[in-house]
Design a protein around this ligand. Structure first.
Ligand SMILES: *Cc1c(COP(=O)(O)O)cnc(C)c1O
Length: 377
């Protein structure tokens, strides 16, 4: 094992600003799942998302769960979901006893393939069961093909939940991801582009639905003096302390995006002479926050991703395989899927490089040199 300093994939990068807001929360005794910092955090998030209404929550997963409830998803309903994602995108479908239908990726953005989406909807309708919602993921911060997918969803009047957990700060045609659809969700987990330690948000241009989300997220207490409940509630709201951390993080979000993009460009330029390695790049109207820089190895590459990964590990550098597609997961083995082999191929040939915004230039060079050494070893 190397005695060099550990380089993490993407570790929390807290700003000095956060401490100021957290001190305010402590000094005013708002150590509660309510308080002024939550209101300010939601107002700031709203500014960043086309003035949509915002419910800040305990996690991105909670946001997806509430969005599905608000769309009326029930037992045995079908919900389409990107297969190339983290399991949290799909788990809430199962919380409701509904059935995920996984749709594979296209090669340009790695996100949901519009052609396959169309095929999935049509063939499910032919079977007599129209899917009730689409969970569309913007993986690694890269925008999905919004024009095509929005058009298909409109044609069949199927609502979309945009899973922008990894894509806060990304844009398509200059519009923030998470604002194109009926609902958008963000995550502020420890390794996301900004963190509140743990947290998430649900956004929508429908204020009534967001008010309803806040009601459900705070145990669904009826508006009477005693404790009365007419529907099942959840304890899903964010803590005021976490919202205070988040306020400080929003102060630096644009710097974080800038830094992530610098990291991507550094890797791309430094490895440009290795023809085996290609990058997931922005095309057309896409602007990515480059949450994680990912590389793909050529099919005929002399080394494979496991060789790189174990070499990195030996040098105390964390790197990760790409997300294993949901249709290949044991837990979803009984679910329907529409596949074209793309996400499976990406999974076999791709790897995430350390992309923490708090990495130094030397850290980045160490990663590049380690990849080069792998090729020369
Ligand atoms: C992180 C993540 C989530 C879940 O967010 P949490 O805040 O961790 O619950 C959902 N979808 C994707 C694509 C994610 O990366």
């Amino acid at each position: 094992m190397s005695n060099k300093k550990k380089i993490w994939l993407s570790s929390p990068h807290i700003s000095v600003e956060s401490r100021k807001y957290v001190d305010e929360a402590f000094d005013s005794n708002w150590i509660a799942p309510a308080g002024p910092h939550i209101d300010r955090f939601e107002a700031r998030l709203s500014e960043l998302s086309l003035n949509h209404s915002v419910a800040s929550l305990s996690s991105g997963t909670a946001a997806i769960h509430l969005a599905l409830i608000l769309l009326g998803i029930n037992t045995n309903d079908s919900v389409i979901c990107s297969t190339f994602t983290f399991s949290a995108s799909a788990n809430p479908i199962k919380y409701l006893g509904a059935n995920p239908i996984f749709v594979d990726s296209e090669r340009e953005s790695w996100n949901m393939c519009p052609d396959l989406l169309l095929q999935a909807i049509q063939s499910e309708i032919n079977k007599g069961k129209k899917p009730k919602a689409i969970i569309l993921v913007h993986l690694y911060g890269m925008p999905a093909k919004m024009n095509e997918i929005t058009e298909i969803a409109k044609m069949f009047q199927i609502p979309i939940i945009e899973d922008a957990a990894e894509a806060l700060g990304s844009k398509y045609d200059n519009q923030p991801l998470g604002t194109f659809s009926d609902f958008g969700i963000y995550s502020f987990n420890g390794n996301k582009i900004i963190t509140t330690s743990s947290g998430g948000a649900l956004v929508s241009n429908n204020k009534k639905l967001i008010d309803r989300a806040k009601f459900l997220a705070t145990q669904a207490r009826d508006d009477v003096i005693h404790y009365q409940h007419s529907v099942i509630g959840y304890n899903y709201r964010i803590s005021n302390v976490c919202a205070a951390i988040g306020l400080g993080q929003l102060d630096v979000l644009s710097h974080r995006v800038e830094r992530k993009r610098e990291i991507f460009n550094f890797y791309k330029n430094s490895l440009s002479d290795i023809s085996d390695i290609t990058f997931l790049e922005e095309k057309g109207k896409c602007f990515s926050n480059y949450w994680l820089t990912t590389i793909l190895l050529d099919r005929n590459s002399t080394i494979d991703i496991n060789t790189i990964r174990s070499y990195m590990l030996k040098n105390n550098i964390e790197c990760r395989p790409l997300w294993k597609p949901m249709h290949m997961q044991p837990v979803f083995s009984d679910c329907l899927s529409y596949t074209n082999g793309v996400s499976e191929d990406l999974f076999n040939r791709g790897i995430c490089l350390p992309s923490g915004t708090n990495m130094s230039h030397q850290d980045l060079e160490r990663v590049v040199n380690t990849i080069r050494d792998t090729y020369e070893a």
